[in-house]
Design a protein around this ligand. Structure first.
Ligand code: SF4
Length: 180
């Protein structure tokens, strides 16, 4: 296990936030707990997987949730914060707007796969997610103009990234790949 300091994790996140015009969460206690989560995951898996999500431990599968994850930019643009609220926009940073829950954008099939162990608890959780995916009306929508991807029942009226209209969204076919 390679030990990595909390300062290093923080410095890396600060550099990335600055480069992208974001800020780190202004609540020092909350920020510390997220950074500790990243540290723990990096020491455990050798890559800093998201502190708010369960990783599978297989880098190929977890690539989308290595921090900063694939969903960060669209979440900060749309909701003012990433899913964990480690990265926030200026309004959230200055307290002009308050943090509200950011919906999970990671597809349910990927969430289910993370519970792929033999423990009873994981099997139960996996079955629950698979059932949720089966009845979910959420679909994956893709903006043909800028590539923005969103998981919801209907495409957005206006793309939050490039302002393209609803008609520019196409549905991406997904399938349930795990059976209970
Ligand atoms: S949700 Fe935030 S903390 Fe979690 S991986 Fe994405 S950017 Fe990092």
């Amino acid at each position: 296990m390679t030990e990595i300091s909390l300062e290093k994790i923080k410095e890396r996140a600060e550099i990335d936030a600055k480069r992208n015009g974001y800020y780190l969460n202004p609540d020092p206690k909350f920020l510390k707990s997220l950074l500790q989560g990243l540290k723990k995951n990096e020491e455990r898996y050798n890559y800093p997987s998201c502190p708010c999500r369960l990783a599978s431990g297989k880098i190929e599968f977890d690539k989308d949730i290595i921090c900063p994850c694939d969903y960060r930019d669209v979440d900060v643009i749309e909701f003012g914060a990433c899913y964990c609220a480690l990265y926030v926009d200026e309004k959230m940073h200055t307290g002009t707007i308050e943090l509200s829950p950011v919906p999970e954008r990671r597809p349910l099939e990927k969430q289910a796969k993370s519970y792929d162990s033999t423990t009873k608890e994981d099997q139960t959780k996996k079955s629950e997610i698979i059932e949720e995916a089966k009845v979910s009306k959420l679909k994956l929508w893709f903006c043909e103009q800028c590539g923005y991807v969103v998981y919801r029942d209907e495409p957005p009226l206006i793309c939050p990234i490039c302002r393209a209209k609803k008609e520019m969204f196409s549905k991406i076919k997904t399938q349930i790949i795990y059976s209970s």
